[in-house]
Structures are given as C-alpha cells and as structure tokens.
Design a protein around this ligand. Sequence first.
Ligand SMILES: Cc1cc2nc3c(=O)[nH]c(=O)nc-3n(C[C@H](O)[C@H](O)[C@H](O)COP(=O)(O)OP(=O)(O)OC[C@H]3O[C@@H](n4cnc5c(N)ncnc54)[C@H](O)[C@@H]3O)c2cc1C
Length: 339
Amino acid sequence: MKVFHNISLRNRNTFGIDIKADRFISIENEQEAESLFKDRTLISGQSLIIGAGSNMLFTGNFAGTMLHSELGGIRVEEINNEDVIISSGSGVNWDSLVEWCVGKGFGGIENLSLIPGTVGASPVQNIGAYGAEAKDCIYKVRAVSILDGSVSEFSNSDCRFGYRDSIFKSELKGKYFVTTVFFRLNLNPEMKTEYGALGEELQKLGAVTLRNIRQAVISIRKSKLPDPELFGNAGSFFRNPVVSAEIASSLKTEYPNMPSYPDGSGGIKLAAGWLIDLCGWKGVRRGDAGVHDKQALVLVNYGNATGSDIYNLSEEIKESVIKRFGIELDREVEITGPI
Ligand SMILES: Cc1cc2nc3c(=O)[nH]c(=O)nc-3n(C[C@H](O)[C@H](O)[C@H](O)COP(=O)(O)OP(=O)(O)OC[C@H]3O[C@@H](n4cnc5c(N)ncnc54)[C@H](O)[C@@H]3O)c2cc1C
C-alpha cells in the first residue's frame, strides 16, 4: 500500500484538471483493502474511489482520501469446451484485459476495445460500445466494504446493471471497493458486427475474427475520438436520452433525419451528440474549454481549463438542448467538487 499526501491529480484524470487530494492511497491487494477499511485510521474525511479518472470531472480540490486500486493479475479460473471464466484484478488497464482475451481466443469483450480506464470501473459503469456491454460477460464481482472491511461477492443479477449504470453507482455508491472482476467468455463466440460503421471497417480487414473486430473498433475509435493524451476529455459527456414513443414521433415529424433506436424497454433512445450538434455546438470554444470539432458529445480541455470551465460549458449546452428540443440531458461524467 502506498499513501500520498497533498498530491496533484493532473495525471490521474483524463480531463487533465489540475487539482489536489489531501490523501491518496494505492491499494495493491485484497488483504490491504480489508485491513485499511476495518481499521480506518488512514482514511480521513470523505473518501472517493478513483480508477484512471476517465469518467470524472473535478471542479475543486478534494478534501479527503482517494482510494485507488493497483490490484493486478489476470487468470483463467475454469474452462471447458464452450466457455471460460477468467478473473482480473481491478487495477488492470481495461484495454490490456481485452488484448489478453483476444490473444487467447476468448470472445465477448472485443467490441469494448480501447475504452480507457480500469477493470474495477467496468462493472460500476457497465461500460459499453459497438453493440456490447460489460454486463453481457460479467460473471461476478468481488469487493470489500469500505465501511467495515468485509468481503462480498455480487452475482451478475446482484449488480443490477442498466445503461451505464449498476448498483455500485446507486444504492451502494462509494460503499464497496471492487477488487476482482470475473468474466464468462466464449470459446466459439457469436461476434457482434452489426453496430454502426463496424461492418464496413471489418470488410477492409477480411475475415470476421476477434482480432479483426478489435482492430476495426480501434481504428474507428481513433478516427472519431480525441486522444486524452493530446486533449483532455472523458469520452461522452452526456448520456443518450431515452424519451417516450410519443415524444420521439413528434420530434421525428419536425426532424425526419433524427437518429433514434428502441431502448429495449419501451422507450426510444436518441443520440445526445446529434441534439447537441444541431444546437450548433460542434467546435465551439470558451477559452480552453470546448466541444470537440468531430464529436459534439465530447467536451475537451484544450490546455488549462478548470473543472468549472468545463462544467459551465456543459450547463450552457444542457440549456440550449432543453430550449430547442425540450429534452433534459443527463451527464454521464461524474462531477466531483463544488458546482
Ligand atoms: C476517450 C474516452 C472514450 C471513452 N469511451 C467510452 C465508451 O465507449 N464506453 C463507455 O462506457 N465509457 C467510455 N468512456 C468512459 C470511461 O472510459 C469509463 O467510464 C471507464 O470505465 C472509467 O474507468 P476508470 O478506471 O477511469 O474509472 P473512474 O473514472 O476513475 O471512476 C468511474 C467510477 O467508477 C468507480 N470506481 C473506479 N474504480 C473502482 C473500484 N475499484 N471499486 C469501486 N468503484 C470504482 C469510481 O468511484 C467512479 O464512480 C470513455 C472515456 C474516454 C476518456
């Protein structure tokens, strides 16, 4: 376990916001987590679990203790002719896990290639892209209670997964530190190639294999999304809103080209990026805070924007979307600090 005091988080959040945390504790194994949370003398003030900080926007210094996983290790737990159960430490980089699985021929998470962040955040966020979601492959999640240091295992249904959502973001928010995530993967996977430009990109690569799907997803993502190493960002800033069939159909009358998809539970999902784009935001800058010029859903720190600069821009965007479409956007990015 490593403990840091008054540490800058600039390199620990993909927006590159320069704020400080009073205390930052890196946890290297489950026993450390158990004793740290049982004893609690090292945890002062409020606490916040942070992975790679790729879904967070800090609007001020953090007066409290940040908890960070450095649990490593990927293992095969069980295997038969059809599927395999693997486990991964929560501190493993998500894309390294995807690469490892594709290399072994284990299918299921290849469409989630190149999503930034750690394995520990994947069940919390129920990360998703190109027609796949983490929940489709998560078998169980092992976590330590921050309140008393006890260890629990959560089955897939215990996790109550939803669209970019899980029990760890609602009822149990901030209460469990994920240590290990178990995935059930397939040795003869049904590959998902239908979503967006994926089919077209795959045709350029030839056969439909796990490796080619990964490659195609990486190429598309690189062409569309800004690299946080170059311009600070946290991917999609807003969630795609879900509206009733009536609202969707009345909007379609006014905007026949509006993209919309059934959300699987009776609602209609709209593309937040399309709504924002139509309000004229693509490429707009307010000082160092801006909207990406290729993807209106991504807000960018062009250099020295503060968290508040980005937050204020997101408020302006929300207001304009309400004014034009009557739809209130929810932020996907988690805001930490004063607003
Ligand atoms: C360029 C870019 C593209 C992106 N594209 C996508 C995409 O296609 N699909 C998608 O779903 N997301 C996407 N994201 C968002 C982000 O990658 C995911 O939300 C990712 O899962 C965050 O991982 P993290 O480790 O950075 O978590 P953080 O941002 O550090 O934390 C996210 C949440 O998880 C909690 N958490 C983290 N680790 C643990 C743990 N060990 N135990 C308990 N709670 C924990 C945190 O408290 C917080 O609530 C993108 C982000 C960027 C920057």
